[in-house]
Design a binder for this molecule. Structure first.
Ligand SMILES: [Zn+2]
Length: 150
């Protein structure tokens, strides 16, 4: 299932989503139990975050007896992808390559991860362009200044 709108969730809401992705189906009690050591939330606080996630369409609810069972409306993979796509939408397209390089430089990677990255990069070589075009509004990045200097 594709994510139609960009995901806009807070760090606290993301913590809850990770629990639901892991458990697949969870009650608010399950969620609070998993996060109790990490977050010093009162049950009412956790329930507020859960309610917001339902409102945002990130969690499905299913009544069961006197409680609700929550499940994720989108997969973890799709949600993470939506967040990284959004990051790249927020920077100059000329800066994307360097940003990815910085992310890789700062990450702890296994030999297998590096092999995967090398495979992806080898494929990207076939579709590489000479120069990435700037996609910014004039005044929102320095590309234009640089052009003036050339
Ligand atoms: Zn730009």
């Amino acid at each position: 299932m594709a994510i139609e709108e960009k995901i806009e969730i807070t760090e606290s809401e993301w913590e809850i989503m990770r629990v639901v992705w892991t458990l697949e189906k969870a009650t608010s009690k399950d969620i609070i139990q998993v996060l109790q050591d990490k977050k010093d939330w009162k049950p009412a606080t956790a329930k507020t975050f859960i309610g917001r996630l339902v409102k945002k369409g990130m969690l499905n609810t299913e009544p069961k007896g006197n409680k609700y069972i929550y499940s994720a409306a989108f997969s973890e993979e799709d949600s993470v992808k939506s967040v990284t796509d959004r990051l790249f939408d927020q920077i100059c397209s000329k800066e994307v390559g360097k940003t990815i390089a910085d992310m890789i430089a700062g990450a702890t990677l296994s030999h297998k991860d590096i092999e995967l990255l090398q495979t992806v990069l080898d494929k990207k070589k076939d579709e590489a362009v000479d120069e990435v075009a700037c996609n910014c509004m004039p005044g929102q990045c320095k590309c234009r200044d640089n052009h003036n200097m050339n």
